[in-house]
Design a protein. Structure first.
Length: 178
């Protein structure tokens, strides 16, 4: 299962369906991200000094609460909790960082960051418009200022933002646990 954040109200029910669908001994994998912005060096914060990390994160956290479909899947540990509650065993996980911009020292991560930044910049309105206007009903006049601030943050080489991606996988036991 891939990128269902913002679309699922009951993660345990989803993983129970997956559990029922897979054969004994079979594996289920879930890959999720969340639009919350991180930085290891404190250059992106939620104190209002950057739009990324500040208004950006707040918009998605509050939007998820308003719709009943969390956009904070990693922060709330929803994959792991739901997989355990569904009955999977041998559960494992791994995290990846997706940088925005060419700031990483590793050339491969810098390349990934360039593409991720381009993707986010290209569809910034698509990622934010519905939540801002329809769900949260935040002031229309502030929306374009917000977009400009996010674009400015994305182009600021002193900021080192990234999103997290988490893979969680587990196996259905060969025999039913009682």
């Amino acid at each position: 299962m891939r990128y269902l954040f913002g679309a699922i109200r009951d993660w345990t029910a989803l993983f129970k369906e997956a559990y029922n669908a897979v054969k004994p001994g079979g594996w289920v994998e879930s890959c999720e991200s969340e639009p919350m912005t991180h930085s290891d060096d404190g250059t992106v914060t939620n104190d209002g000094s950057t739009a990324l990390g500040g208004t950006w994160d707040k918009m998605f956290i509050e939007g998820g609460k308003a719709t009943g479909c969390s956009l904070s899947v990693l922060t709330e540990d929803l994959q792991m909790k739901a997989m355990k509650e569904a009955g999977f065993v041998d559960i494992q996980e791994t995290f990846y960082k997706i940088p925005f911009g060419s700031w990483p020292k590793d050339p491969k991560m810098a390349e990934i960051g360039q593409y991720a930044k381009l993707s986010l910049e290209s569809d910034l309105v698509g990622y934010s418009q519905m939540i801002w206007h329809e769900v949260l009903k935040w002031p229309v006049e502030e929306y374009h200022i917000f977009l400009m601030q996010v674009r400015k943050d994305l182009r600021n080489k002193k900021l080192h933002p990234y999103f997290k991606v988490r893979f969680v996988w587990g196996r259905k036991p060969e025999t039913e646990q009682k």
